[in-house]
Design a protein around this ligand. Structure first.
Ligand SMILES: C[S@@+](CC[C@H](N)C(=O)[O-])C[C@H]1O[C@@H](n2cnc3c(N)ncnc32)[C@H](O)[C@@H]1O
Length: 227
């Protein structure tokens, strides 16, 4: 549903098809396990368990479950899809909102996390800059921003070739779900993958890099808001 309007629109049908494919792509248990591993890899084991953590673009909240499994208790989530947020069953406080205008006061949170959300933004670089400005506004000085997003590495090129090879797609429900998601988000996905310098520049302009790798089809970034 368009967040600014409670009447269904043609875009809502596309969103529902994307959401259905997303739910077919992997089980919640598999996604939570993947998110726990990523958080550990990016240093979450040494982050304070008292930290106030917000997962933006949190969807059905599996990233929040992963944070909870790691012992974080002061959790919040933001996403503009009421349908996906309604599937979340944990204890984090979740808000339906556009991540380009976060519903939090300045310098009020310790850690913000996004896993696979930024590449859904419609306009680059403007929407990315708006979102990152909001993240920087909401974080306390020294606060962390963790990002995991698709990245056009050689591995991802191979994944694309296989996912769009009809026999492979017919044989694997997971590949078919991936290809369906990409078809429905193609404009923003290709825009994101096609502008790696813009993305890196926007991140590095606002956050001091703590970790940054691009491998296996992913950008993994942790930056800190300057003190
Ligand atoms: C791939 S999903 C993220 C999945 C999530 N990590 C999870 O655990 O379910 C991307 C999400 O971004 C949301 N989204 C896209 N643009 C948004 C925006 N401008 N503001 C808030 N949410 C947005 C979609 O509704 C979707 O839930």
């Amino acid at each position: 549903m368009n967040p600014a309007n409670s009447n269904p629109s043609p875009g809502d049908a596309v969103q529902s098809a994307w959401e259905a494919a997303y739910q077919r792509f992997e089980t919640p248990e598999a996604e939570i396990k993947k998110f726990v591993a990523r958080l550990r890899e990016l240093g979450a084991d040494v982050w304070s368990r008292d930290a106030q953590v917000v997962e933006i673009f949190c969807g059905r909240g599996n990233g929040l479950h992963a944070l909870s499994q790691l012992g974080f208790t002061r959790l919040e989530g933001v996403d503009y899809s009421p349908a996906l947020l309604a599937r979340y069953t944990g204890s984090a406080v979740c808000t339906v909102a556009d991540c380009r205008a976060l519903p939090f006061p300045d310098a009020s949170r310790d850690i913000l996390v996004v896993q696979g959300g930024l590449h859904h933004l419609l306009e680059l670089p403007s929407d990315l800059d708006r979102t990152l400005a909001e993240v920087a506004r909401v974080l306390r000085p020294g606060g962390r921003f963790m990002v995991v997003e698709p990245w056009l590495t050689p591995f991802l090129r191979v994944v694309h070739q296989v996912a769009f090879f009809p026999p492979a797609r017919a044989l694997s429900g997971k590949l078919d779900a991936l290809a369906t998601m990409i078809e429905h988000e193609r404009t923003t996905y290709e825009q994101w993958l096609g502008q790696p310098e813009v993305v890196q520049k926007s991140l590095r302009r606002r956050f001091a890099v703590e970790r940054c790798t691009m491998s296996w089809g992913k950008l993994r970034f942790v930056g800190r808001k300057p003190e």
